[in-house]
Write a protein that binds this ligand. Structure first.
Ligand SMILES: NC(=O)C1=CN([C@@H]2O[C@H](COP(=O)(O)OP(=O)(O)OC[C@H]3O[C@@H](n4cnc5c(N)ncnc54)[C@H](O)[C@@H]3O)[C@@H](O)[C@H]2O)C=CC1
Ligand SMILES: N[C@@H](CC=O)C(=O)O
Ligand code: NA
Length: 430
């Protein structure tokens, strides 16, 4: 049977991982795909770098990825360069215009241009696969598009960034410093080219915008996402979370509410008893809730060469088999906006850490500020006494509307005895 010809744009962590996977598992992949899958062209910036892979002499090499997309003898262009604009976008658009199938791991590109690219791909009758773009090796795109297609989904929640989960886990387990653990995640190939995309929550938000579209048949809407990263999560908070029976995770949450779809990414405290609390290191997890299936949970490695290549390969095999489905689960013309719920309307519990001067009356002032906004305390920890010195004061607060919580925090921040901005972490019971 005729081979399926693949051109790979970008030969970094994911590109090199894919070339290795397609070579190591060529036999079983050909059997499953019904035909051999061969790499016919590659574009990367440095032809001579040792990537630990063998590239056959018959593979065409392009210094310019756009040229490759325009000219290569290929059925599928795999875009694993990255970035929402520039060369990555050009490669994908050129390939679709040429009528080639596209597989990409590029969540930034899809978050910003997903609807337009999907429209172009559907108009041309070509596939646009992006299993690798969300939660790495977890087949969550397939799960939402196919496995759960019979359900009306109410909520999709996930640990969507391997780098952040690796940092939070390692800091908790070893007490090591944030910057040091981030450098390790970069060396392991987990982080984005610009790691601020990871730690500021942007990468998780890119991924969540894609999941929201799939779950609720809405156009991808990255711009209205609430995004907060993990820069402010300190060792002190990780420690208090432990004492209170929680783990800190960077979560992406998309859920249908009475006032629209909530789309938010921020650090959360989750009870240690919930399955997601023990998903550690580079692992990701997604929890999907459907009306007939109930809750289903998916877990696996969210970053790194192997898991990401595994997801890219799955999309390629789907193309080889002739499997086609609308890019975002329904044809682009059927995607319909459902309104975005304002973050101020989020309702839930909170952890609050204050750094206060240890002197009489502080607790009463804090309690007064909370009472004024109708916020009620669930529990409080104030370890030790150090009269006249700065000490932490930690509270968990019962379910509150975010706008009320924000007003209470503003009152507390203005107190003389509160010497640092209050730290808030939302508590999610899942
Ligand atoms: N590393 C990971 O664990 C995961 C990465 N991704 C996504 O996969 C994509 C690639 O990521 P990585 O492989 O980690 O990045 P990387 O930085 O390791 O590799 C990108 C490669 O593209 C090459 N490149 C840059 N400009 C080029 C150009 N003009 N022409 C040809 N090649 C060019 C670079 O030299 C580099 O080798 C990104 O979109 C990323 O977000 C998705 C899931 C997981
Ligand atoms: N930088 C990303 C890579 C996978 O998408 C992550 O850490 O999750
Ligand atoms: Na995936």
């Amino acid at each position: 049977m005729k081979p399926l010809k693949i051109a790979v744009a970008g030969l970094g962590t994911v590109g090199a991982g894919l070339v290795k996977l397609l070579s190591d598992n060529a036999g079983i992949i050909a059997a499953r795909a019904g035909r051999p899958i061969v790499v016919t062209a590659i574009s990367a910036r440095d032809r001579n770098r040792d990537r630990g892979i063998v590239i056959g002499a018959d593979v065409a090499w392009y210094d310019d990825a756009a040229q490759m997309a325009a000219k290569a003898d290929a059925d599928v262009i795999v875009e694993v360069i990255g970035g929402s604009e520039g060369i990555a976008r050009q490669v994908v658009e050129t390939a679709i215009t040429r009528g080639l199938h596209v597989v990409t791991a590029n969540k930034a590109l899809l978050a910003h241009h997903g609807v337009a690219l999907a429209g172009a791909a559907e108009a041309k009758g070509v596939a646009l696969g992006f299993e690798a773009a969300v939660a790495g090796g977890i087949p969550i795109i397939k799960a939402l598009k196919e496995g759960l297609a019979g359900n009306s989904l109410s909520r999709v929640t996930g640990i969507l960034n391997g780098t952040c989960n690796y940092i939070l886990t390692t800091m908790r387990e070893t007490g090591r410093d944030f910057a040091d653990v981030l450098a390790e995640a970069q060396a392991l190939g987990y982080a984005e080219a610009d790691p601020s995309f990871d730690i500021d929550g942007v990468d998780a938000a890119h991924k969540l915008s894609i999941l929201t579209s799939l779950a609720f048949a809405t156009p991808v809407d990255f711009a209205s996402m609430y995004v907060e990263g993990i820069r402010h999560v300190s060792a002190v908070d990780i420690d208090f979370a432990d004492k209170l029976g929680y783990r800190i995770k960077l979560l992406g949450i998309a859920q249908a509410t009475d006032h629209g779809i909530e789309q938010r990414v921020h650090p959360c405290m989750v009870p240690v008893t919930t399955p997601i609390a023990t998903v550690d290191g580079v692992f990701n997890a997604v929890v999907a809730e459907g009306d007939f299936v109930g809750r289903s949970i998916y877990e696996g490695r969210g970053a790194g060469a192997g898991p990401t290549a595994s997801a890219v390969a799955a999309d390629i095999i789907d193309i080889a088999r002739g499997n086609r489905s609308p890019v975002f689960g329904v044809p682009v013309g059927a995607l319909a906006a459902k309104g975005i719920a304002a973050m101020e309307r989020r309702q839930g519990a909170y952890y609050m850490r204050l750094m206060v001067l240890d002197r009489p009356g502080v607790l009463a002032d804090v309690a007064q500020a909370l009472r004024a906004e109708g916020v009620s305390v669930e529990q409080m920890i104030q370890p030790g006494r150090a009269p006249g010195e700065t000490v932490p004061m930690v509270m968990t607060l019962h379910d509150t509307v975010e706008a009320d919580m924000n007003r209470a925090v503003a009152r507390i921040a203005a107190l003389d005895a509160v010497v640092e901005p209050p730290r808030l972490i939302r508590i999610e019971h899942m």
